[in-house]
Design a protein around this ligand. Structure first.
Ligand code: SF4
Ligand code: F3S
Length: 85
């Protein structure tokens, strides 16, 4: 799966949601809670590892889980937790 890390916080550019073929990045701009959301997250159950979102993100916030920079490895858990409600 792919994971969104810290650079998304304060940016929330949403370009990633526009290119994702399976719409697994949430919340999107038209979903409830978007305005309050700190950042966006990728649903690990839905992501098909297509890599499209990596290029789309202007702040390089998205990584394949196994290539997450060391300081951001906890974001794998944070992305997954968002979908465990
Ligand atoms: Fe969506 Fe592809 Fe990014 Fe996974 S890698 S979140 S499927 S755009
Ligand atoms: Fe965040 Fe980058 Fe998407 S800033 S909302 S991961 S395009």
């Amino acid at each position: 799966t792919y994971v969104i890390a810290e650079p998304c916080i304060g940016t929330k550019d949403v370009s990633c949601t526009e290119v994702c073929p399976v719409d697994c990045i949430h919340p999107t701009q038209d979903e409830p809670g978007f305005d309050q959301a700190t950042m966006l997250f990728i649903d690990p159950e839905e992501c098909i590892d297509c890599d499209a979102c990596v290029e789309a993100c202007p702040v390089d916030a998205i990584f394949p889980e196994d290539l997450l920079p060391e300081q951001w490895v906890d974001y794998a858990q944070k992305n997954a937790e968002y979908f465990q409600n």
